[in-house]
Write a protein of this length. Structure first.
Length: 86
């Protein structure tokens, strides 16, 4: 189960939107938020991260991912992966 173990405030990270097929990943290294691309990103393409782990067992269906995102973040995911699963 997902458990928080610390709290951090990273205003620049708040500019990244969610996708269930993100083109970036994030982590914190020595108190600094680091965002790295997972693949080449075209100029003007939105940078997206996964707000929750989206590749675990049970997350194959958009309905399951969307339910978790709605419960924890209050939005209905309309990313390309979720829309194509419909």
């Amino acid at each position: 189960a997902w458990q928080d173990f610390a709290v951090g405030i990273y205003p620049s990270g708040a500019m990244l939107n969610h996708s269930c097929a993100p083109n970036c990943l994030w982590f914190v290294e020595r108190g600094v938020l680091v965002v790295e691309t997972l693949r080449p990103v075209a100029a003007g393409e939105e940078l997206c991260i996964a707000y929750l782990p989206v590749s675990r067992r049970g997350d194959e269906r958009a309905e399951q991912r969307r339910g978790r995102l709605r419960a924890q973040f209050g939005f209905w995911c309309m990313c390309r992966r979720c829309e194509s699963d419909q």
